[in-house]
Design a protein around this ligand. Structure first.
Ligand code: NPW
Ligand code: ADP
Ligand code: K
Length: 497
């Protein structure tokens, strides 16, 4: 797992480490790692034109020392200084190595060296940044974005909130981010993650001082170690039986996609209950489904079969009968995934009894909202949920005491008492109707196989994202395309061991 720590934790760890090493050691380590990564990005250091964007704090200091390192190796290094202060020792080191410094003002916007640069280093703000970029930082971020050279962000792209990934106004868009000591949550969560480019971690010796992470990002090998392995002795019950209560006579596609998502994730059996038309449709698409007719007005019977988990909600409807059905599912002691309409049923006055039942559950329980659904569930603003995904997913987790998988540009999974998980395989290819139904089926299959909610969500989101990319080699897909690609994504994940 890659792990990330919040700013306050990084600051504490940094103080503890600084007390044990000579002054300036950490910045020297950071700047050496930064210069090495810059050198890797240049065809050759000697003669290269490097422009440093330098803010008034230690982030600027890192850039100045790295610039001094490159200047000493023959690069032409020019620092544009912004903000109220200046890291004096860094500036002295740069000048001593032959680099130049000058203060940037808006009036110079047309005559900077940015457009002729071979490399731009963003040392405007790091973990000390607060709120949207002020001037002249905002103008410099814009100029860097319009310049052709690759941009290396120091610690994090300036304008990205280190703890949340929030961006208000302009932010630097980096090709590479060289971060120090540990990753910062904002590097893994959109919109910040989208600004970070490739992330390179420089070891500055902070690890022994760091507590457990606030956030983790699973790597292929982590997923491989979680995926269920079915030995020779397995049978359909051991693989898991998933009860699906998604789709309806009106929304038959949701049922077909959810059932397909579960079957193609390798569940032992799908049992489906619904009205005549949806049952017909499911059986004609997936004849292996064990389907039965349910009266939509009284579908509270979970039946005495051997289900090992339930997925409920998407395309199911929001009528009182659907509410009763959800109640009976939540009353069971089975692992449950609630999606879409099921989440809508939890909102408002009508949802109070359901929400209470949800909070009392002891079996694994997973909610899978997109930003709009989470906003409704938590009476928040949708844009705010999208801007600060971690915070809102964690709030919903705390409110309902269960696992929450928040879908969207970065899928995050918040689980009580554990670091938040960020899925690394998301792709905008997924932003088409019905892909969420496939996800609920896939995650449901993992729940039915016996994985706990957090791990089921982690594996489901991971293979779902990979399936989107594998389905058509990165070309546009529809939700149905995911179904054929899910087995390939699972096979690929197993191979990462
Ligand atoms: N921690 C570690 O282990 C290590 C940390 N290291 C490095 O130190 C960095 C942190 O340095 P830092 O604390 O000096 O803060 P930094 O990011 O330079 O920003 C402060 C400056 O920004 C300004 N400013 C703030 N918001 C602004 C805005 N919206 N728009 C415009 N300006 C804004 C603020 O101005 P003020 O608001 O105070 O007037 C102040 O001048 C860290 O990211 C890493 O690179 C490594 O060297 C070694 C190991
Ligand atoms: N911009 C995006 N980048 C990555 N993944 C996305 C993006 N937009 C949507 N997704 C993913 O696509 C799926 C959409 O699910 P959902 O919103 O429930 O759609 P539907 O209800 O139509 O099935 C989720 O897995 C979500 O994480
Ligand atoms: K920066």
């Amino acid at each position: 797992m890659l792990s990330a720590h919040t700013v306050s934790v990084v600051r504490e760890a940094e103080s503890a480490l600084m007390a044990r090493v000579p002054d300036g050691t950490l910045m020297r380590r950071a700047a050496t790692g930064l210069a090495a990564e810059c050198a890797r990005l240049l065809p050759r250091v000697y003669g290269a034109r490097v422009v440093l964007l330098v803010g008034g704090g230690d982030n600027g200091g890192d850039a100045l020392y790295a610039g001094a390192n490159l200047a000493a190796r023959g690069a032409s290094v020019h620092a544009l200084l912004a903000g109220r202060g200046l890291h004096q020792d860094g500036a002295i080191a740069l000048r001593a190595a032959g680099g130049r410094t000058r203060w940037f003002t808006d009036a110079m916007a047309d005559e900077t060296d940015l457009f002729d640069a071979d490399l731009i280093v963003d040392g405007l703000l790091g973990i000390g940044g607060r709120g949207g970029l002020r001037e002249p930082h905002a103008t410099l971020a814009l100029l860097a974005a319009n310049a052709p050279a690759p941009v290396v962000a120091v610690d994090l792209p300036s304008g990205v909130d280190a703890d949340t990934g929030e961006v208000s106004g302009h932010a630097v868009r980096a090709d590479v981010t060289v971060t120090f000591g540990t990753h910062k949550p904002g590097l893994f969560v959109d919109p910040g993650a989208d600004r970070a480019g490739r992330i390179h971690l420089v070891d500055i010796g902070l690890a022994p001082e760091l507590p457990g992470p606030a956030l983790v990002r699973p790597q292929p090998v982590d997923i491989a170690s979680l995926l269920p392995v079915h030995g020779a002795e397995t049978d359909k019950y051991r693989r898991g039986v998933l009860e699906i209560r998604a789709g309806s006579d009106r929304y038959r596609g949701a049922a077909v996609l959810c059932v397909g998502g579960a079957l193609r994730t390798g569940v032992g059996m799908v049992r489906y209950g619904g009205g005549l038309r949806v049952v017909d449709q499911v059986l004609s698409q997936w004849p292996e489904t064990v389907a039965r007719l349910l009266d939509p007005q009284s579908s509270t019977d979970l039946s005495p079969g051997r289900a090992s988990a339930v997925v409920i909600g998407s395309g199911r409807g929001t009528h009182p009968a659907n509410s009763d059905e959800l109640y009976s599912v939540l009353e069971s002691d089975l692992p449950v995934l609630v999606d879409a309409d099921g989440l809508t049923l939890l909102t408002g006055d009508g949802g109070a009894a359901l929400a209470e039942l949800l909070c009392e559950r002891t079996a694994h329980t997973l909610l899978t909202p997109h930003a709009g659904e989470l906003a409704r569930l938590m009476e928040a603003d949708r844009g705010d949920v999208e801007a600060r995904r971690l915070e809102h997913a964690a709030r919903a987790r705390d409110r309902f005491g269960c696992t929450v998988l928040l879908k969207g540009s970065t899928t995050v999974i918040a689980h009580p008492g554990a670091p938040v998980v960020v899925n690394p395989t998301g792709t905008p290819l997924l932003a088409t109707a019905g892909t969420g139904d496939v996800l609920s089926g896939a995650v449901g299959a993992f729940l039915a196989s016996g994985l706990p909610a957090r791990e089921a969500a982690m594996c489901g989101a991971y293979v779902h994202g990979r399936a989107a990319t594998l389905a058509r080699g990165g070309a546009p897909i529809s939700a149905s395309d995911l179904l054929d690609a899910l087995p390939l994504a699972i096979q690929e994940a197993h191979r990462a061991v």
